[in-house]
Design a protein around this ligand. Structure first.
Ligand code: UDP
Length: 246
């Protein structure tokens, strides 16, 4: 499985089903693993934040969660086949591990959201074992309680949705002390699964316009979204100056 590097961030060139298989393999293998889902905004942040860049380079798998990543990869020797949304990948993982001994923990989002997401996922995938939930707003005392709860529940799969780069840094820092197999940075997935933030209709997803739908629904994201054209310009600039060799 090849790696496509975009502005310093490596992406696994996987199809959606390969990404799911790879996560299932991680859950069944010996060591611990970290999965991140970088989008153009995260790549732009990593260029400014060395620690974040190193963490994105130390993961077990990065999936290309953004149509901008797919477009940018066309400037490399090894273009990415298609967008692999963390949101859908995890739904397929739930489908694969329901009725198995694998367990899941939801950590992140505003109070009550992870519980609502748990209820929604349990209804959609009967047999799934979501063994614990914690919200993503914590001080250091509460953080200790959350870590203790995770370690008591021993989930196979820990989903952390506390926004980037916080979630990737949190996973990187704590994974050695966590009684888990695989941790995934999931951004706003819990909000999506519980219906708090509606998912874009299929048309927008199929046409690479999910970002546009999010902009209409959450106009305050405009500042963040300006990173998208900046990202494409940086990729093109890099190509012209020969900075992006792969
Ligand atoms: N969040 C959190 N703790 C924080 C900051 C953010 O739990 O200290 C949550 C926030 O409530 C939201 C998620 O992190 O559920 C980030 O969502 P966003 O839509 O920004 O993520 P994206 O998918 O765009 O990365």
């Amino acid at each position: 499985m090849s790696i496509c590097k975009i502005l310093g961030v490596p992406f696994n060139n996987v199809s959606p089903s390969e990404a799911v298989d790879k996560i299932i393999n991680m859950l069944n293998s010996k060591g611990k693993s970290m999965v991140f889902t970088p989008n153009p905004e995260m790549v732009m942040r990593a260029r400014q934040d060395k620690e974040f860049m190193e963490i994105l380079n130390s993961s077990t798998m990065n999936i290309p969660d953004g149509i901008g990543i797919v477009y940018a990869s066309r400037f490399t020797k090894d273009p990415i086949k298609e967008r692999v949304a963390g949101y859908d990948t995890l739904l397929s993982v739930f489908d694969s591990i329901k009725d198995t001994d694998k367990t899941v923990y939801f950590f992140g989002a505003a109070p009550g959201i992870a519980q609502r997401a748990k209820a929604a996922i349990e209804e959609r995938f009967p047999g799934i074992k979501i063994v614990g939930c914690a919200d993503g707003y914590f001080d250091s005392e509460k953080e200790k309680t959350i870590i203790a709860d995770i370690n008591e529940k021993k989930p196979s799969l820990l989903l952390v949705g506390i926004g980037f780069p916080k979630q990737e840094k949190w996973i990187y820092k704590n994974i050695k002390d966590l009684n888990i197999k695989t941790a995934v940075g999931v951004g706003g997935c819990f909000d999506g699964w519980c219906g708090n933030v509606p998912r874009a209709p299929k048309f927008f997803v199929d046409h690479g316009l999910e970002w546009f739908y999010r902009l209409i629904k959450q106009p305050y994201r405009i500042g963040r979204m300006m990173q998208l054209p900046l990202f494409m310009l940086t990729v093109i600039g890099n190509k012209l100056t020969g900075g992006m060799k792969r």
